[in-house]
Design a binder for this molecule. Structure first.
Ligand code: ADP
Length: 248
């Protein structure tokens, strides 16, 4: 059966003053999959991520999302098309409670007019949806806690809830486990698996056991190029990958 590709990049290249941070990268992300972008420090992962979400303009190459060429689009256009990057809206407001943070994200998704707050029906609907999203990320019991008082892992879970409020079809997660205690790593792993049930996820992640446990497909970058790709079992055995990690 033909692959159902949601996001692809062809010949993606980013040059910084003659230095090729991303060099002719081809990438295909299958719809519904969890796809990880890994590689040693300086491999070009962050640059690649910034190119795909249009925070950077590629020097060369094309990016296609849902059969639409998005190479020249702005980050906000991309979000409207259903591809949302976690930190894009992840600035949680520390003095507002968890549920207030999610309500604001829902409101954002609704547009710029605040008029709908006058409607009790809408308010009730928003409260219900906000509670549902908090439940999805395992934060129900923290609904009334100020975001700034949540543990680091729970703050990340709240960020994911505010991201989900935008109803993304594809979620890009930039090092979701960075700085997390083991207990939180397990909680967020389960959360990512759960939310991937009806979404596509592309993540940059350093924690290789998380990558092994979650990813359907992995692209390994090194020195701006695709070094290997495939499932974890195959890429982790690839001598070029082993060497890139050891030699890094
Ligand atoms: P990774 O995320 O895999 O660690 P990066 O994408 O951050 O790698 O960086 C890849 C390479 O590109 C590095 O050598 C980095 O120094 C360089 N680089 C990244 N951004 C810039 C920039 N704005 N200007 C110049 N060089 C950059």
């Amino acid at each position: 059966m033909a692959q159902d590709i949601i996001l692809s990049a062809n010949g993606l290249t980013k040059e910084f003053k003659g230095f090729l941070a991303v060099n002719d990268v081809d990438l295909k992300v299958e719809r519904g999959s969890i796809h990880a972008l890994i590689g040693p420090n300086g491999a070009g992962k962050t640059t690649c991520f910034n190119l795909l979400t249009k925070f950077l303009q590629p020097s060369r190459g094309t990016i296609v999302y849902n059969d639409r060429d998005i190479t020249r689009k702005q980050p906000a256009d991309i979000a409207r098309l259903g591809m949302v990057r976690s930190f894009q809206i992840s600035a949680v407001f520390p003095h507002l409670t968890a549920i207030e943070n999610v309500r604001i994200a829902l409101q954002r998704n609704r547009g710029d007019s605040f008029d709908f707050w006058r409607s009790e029906r809408v308010l009730t609907e928003f409260n219900g949806r906000a509670a549902g999203l908090l439940d999805d990320v395992g934060l129900s019991e923290f609904a009334a806690v100020r975001a700034g008082e949540l543990s680091y892992g729970r703050k990340r879970a709240l960020e994911i809830a505010t991201t989900l409020a935008l109803e993304p079809e594809m979620l890009l997660l930039d090092e979701p486990m960075a700085g997390m205690a083991q207990e939180d790593v397990e909680r967020i792993s389960q959360l990512i698996r759960r939310i991937s049930a009806n979404r596509t996820i592309l993540m940059v992640e350093h924690n290789l056991s998380v990558v092994a446990a979650l990813s359907d497909y992995i692209t390994v970058l090194a020195r701006g190029k695709v070094l290997a790709e495939g499932d974890y079992a195959s890429v982790s055995k690839d001598p070029r990958v082993v060497e890139a990690y050891i030699g890094a």
